[in-house]
Design a protein around this ligand. Structure first.
Ligand code: NAP
Ligand code: SF4
Length: 674
């Protein structure tokens, strides 16, 4: 089928009406905090950020969460909309979006007990496990005042030029805390029975509708699967949805899982669009459009959910960081979409580190003005890139995009470097998409890819600029006996070149040690929902049931020499998943270990002041990396100018995020550009 025939037949590209708001397609760019909301010059940067996504085809954009009052901000200095003085700043955003043919709603989010500051409030003074601040319980007057503040915030949003608002009623924030009996112990009209507890969101919607009139969209993000003990029952969720419809919401978006839930909901191991069954269950119970969400990263996955009757619209957030043009490209050149791999490394992890959210596969995100996509080098040069890992691929693509004549030398028979390892890890298969993207883009920009080709000084002499991106090599393990036949390195294991026995020691508990453990414990029949105890029939409160797990294939012990928490340096928003996953599969961890020797299949080591000996069939070395740049010396000797990037430059704290960003920076550093 021709691309145009294919896309015109797709539901996802059909217009849809949200109340009085007509949308060109059924893709919503979901709410995502970027950190620009609070940054100096942030509104201008946000305007550029959202304008690019509007131009890229998003049917509707929802902003990051903005608090309706001082107490609801997520952190000190967090964004709020409480005064007419702020309207001008928001108009910068709404104007930019409208000028680019888009529509935008402001999300109103009150953090309740999740607000990370000492002035937080909640239905009851019960501290959240993920916050160190205990909230103050709102008085009845305080509740009523908060409801009015939601409505005032919505009115200010309307004055600012937004097309509507989304009320954040899920993920465990304030509204969710009112709905569930474990967080709402009130004895006034907002506590007790579910009818009383749901009064809070009902009155919020009623007051907002009164304030904003009929010609302003109200979306309610409803927690349809809390994934916490004693969360809402399906009957309660349905009752609330129907009551919200009566109060005048124009659409209901789906919320999955409270932030304190110990079940992954958006990480890469969640199957694509895996939670659409939840929204589907509500289809037919209300007449307003329903929006499904979580781990959609391709338009095809969105289309599938619509075809299967799971929802009327689909929300994606992070995929718009990865590629601002995901919607438009999916119509004309779907293979050129830079796909979100669900890693959280540069988006959510950055937010938790108080940094501006960007994207591992697209470092331009949130920095739209810094490396313009349409920039051209003032002088085109012959550029050689040595190595086609993430750093080299990024440098090659960006140099070619700038108009340089680029060749890339790769000693292996395929591009990708360490990405070829990563994509073998269960739950990390999405790395395949990044390789597909680079492969297509290198073709598009006519990069000469020289596979099975070792670069040398002679070959590189004809190039005006050389970028060394030869990456890293594994650090050796040097204790006596480390050369025994049972001792293998992680590359051989992931490639399938080394046989691994039943009892396994993994030396090194960094990102790769964890990856290898996950690779070894994975069972082909592992089922995400069963393993994490998610009740897909949603008959149990909160959607939880007893987990069902396959017996692990290996008995694994994970070792590190340092004393810190094992896996403590993994990403903020995904580290807990990796740690829990290994614990659930019986992996034992050892820290503060002093390796002595490996002899006759036994590892001797000191731990907690005593010497121990354990028998292992295999020992897999994941002891970190060292830079690999064998060419650098000969080039330097020959007086050739070159630059190193990625692991070849510095293997410490290397990850794909840094590698891809350094490739981009290197390309823009080659010559002047405009
Ligand atoms: P890493 O994160 O630096 O971990 C290396 C591990 O090896 C540490 O646990 C270290 O712990 C141990 N080690 C270091 N020197 C050693 C030695 N001489 N003998 C024995 N053990 C030694 O490196 P990696 O695991 O190779 O990962 C490479 C990069 O990829 C990292 O930057 C990582 O963040 C990234 N990555 C991230 C993920 C993820 O976030 N999920 C996954 C894969 C890779 P001790 O020194 O305490 O023994
Ligand atoms: Fe997606 Fe990772 Fe980019 Fe976040 S950093 S948008 S999860 S690819």
């Amino acid at each position: 089928m021709l691309t145009s025939d294919r896309t015109s037949a797709m539901q996802v590209f059909q217009p849809i009406q949200l109340g009085q708001l007509k949308l060109q397609n059924r893709i919503l760019m979901g709410s995502m905090h970027t950190g620009l909301e609070e940054a100096r010059g942030g509104f201008e940067a946000l305007a550029r950020f959202y304008a690019d996504r509007a131009k890229g085809g998003a049917g509707l954009i929802v902003t990051g969460g903005i608090s309706p009052n001082r107490r609801g901000v997520l952190k000190p200095g967090g964004a709020k909309l409480t005064s007419r003085r702020q309207i001008k700043s928001h108009q910068i955003i709404t104007k930019a979006v409208h000028e680019n043919g888009g529509k935008i709603c402001l999300q109103i989010l009150h953090g309740g007990r999740y607000s990370y500051h000492p002035f937080n409030v909640a239905p009851s003074n019960l501290k959240a496990a993920i916050n160190r601040f205990t909230p103050r319980s709102l008085s009845t007057r305080g509740v009523k005042k908060t409801i009015r503040q939601y409505a005032e915030c919505a009115a200010l949003a309307k004055e600012s030029g937004y097309d509507g608002i989304e009320i954040m009623g899920s993920e465990g924030y304030l509204i969710n805390q009112f709905l569930v009996s474990t967080t709402n112990k009130r004895t006034d009209v907002y506590g007790g029975t579910f009818e009383n507890r749901m009064q809070f969101p009902i009155e919020i919607v009623r007051h907002i509708r009164e304030q904003v009139g009929a010609d302003f969209a109200i979306i309610f993000r409803l927690s349809m699967l809390d994934l916490v003990e004693d969360g809402s029952s399906w009957g309660e969720i349905k009752k609330l949805a129907q009551a919200l419809e009566i109060e005048g919401v124009d659409a209901i978006n789906t919320g999955i899982g409270w932030h304190e839930a110990r079940i992954p909901t958006i990480a890469t191991l969640v199957p694509r669009g895996g939670f659409s069954f939840v929204t589907k269950k509500l289809m037919g119970s209300v007449k307003v459009p329903l929006i499904t969400t979580n781990r959609f990263n391709t338009i095809e996955a969105c289309e599938k959910a619509l075809q299967e009757g799971c929802a009327d619209m689909v929300s994606m957030a992070r995929p718009f960081l990865a590629d601002a043009e995901i919607v438009n490209k999916s119509k004309t050149e779907p293979e050129a979409v830079n796909t979100c791999i669900g890693c959280n490394q540069a988006c959510l992890d950055h937010i938790f580190e108080n940094k501006i959210a960007t994207c591992l596969v697209n470092p331009r995100a949130s920095h739209e003005g810094k490396w313009p996509l349409d920039a051209k080098a003032n002088t085109s040069k012959r550029v050689a890139i040595v190595g086609s890992g993430p750093a080299g691929l990024s440098a090659a693509l960006e140099s070619a995009r700038l108009g340089h004549d680029v060749s890339i030398f790769e000693a292996a028979s395929q591009i990708g470097g360490q990405f070829n390892m990563a994509k073998k890890i269960p739950g990390k298969e999405e790395f395949f998409e990044t390789l597909r993207y680079f492969e297509i883009m290198l073709q598009k920009y006519a990069v000469d890819v020289k596979l099975n080709t070792e670069a040398d000084a002679a070959k590189l002499s004809e190039f005006e600029h050389v970028i060394i991106a030869t990456g890293v090599k594994p650090r050796s393990w040097t204790i006596p006996g480390a050369n025994a036949s049972e001792v293998v390195n992680y590359i051989d294991v992931l490639r399938g070149d080394a046989k691994v026995g039943k009892r396994v020691a993994i030396i090194g508990a960094g990102g790769i040690g964890f990856d290898v453990a996950e690779f070894l414990i994975h069972h082909e029949t592992d089922n995400f929902f069963e393993e994490w105890g998610i009740d897909q029939s949603i008959t149990e409160r909160g959607g939880l049931r007893k987990p069902l797990r396959n017996a692990p294939r290996h008995q694994i012990h994970l070792f590190q020499r340092s004393e810190g928490k094992v896996g403590g340096k993994l990403g903020k928003t995904t580290g807990w998943i990796h740690r829990l996953q290994l614990k659930n599969k019986g992996v034992e961890t050892h820290r503060g270990v002093d390796y002595q020797f490996f002899k006759n299949g036994k590892l001797t080591f000191n731990e907690a002041g005593s010497q121990r000996e354990m028998a292992f069939d295999s020992v897999v070395v994941c002891a970190g990396q060292i830079p690999f740049a064998p060419l650098a010396e000969s080039l330097a000797d020959g007086g050739k100018t070159f630059q190193k990037i990625g692991g070849a430059l510095n293997a410490k704290k290397l990850d794909a995020q840094r590698a891809i960003r350094e490739g981009l920076e290197a390309a823009y550093s080659i010559s002047e550009w405009t």
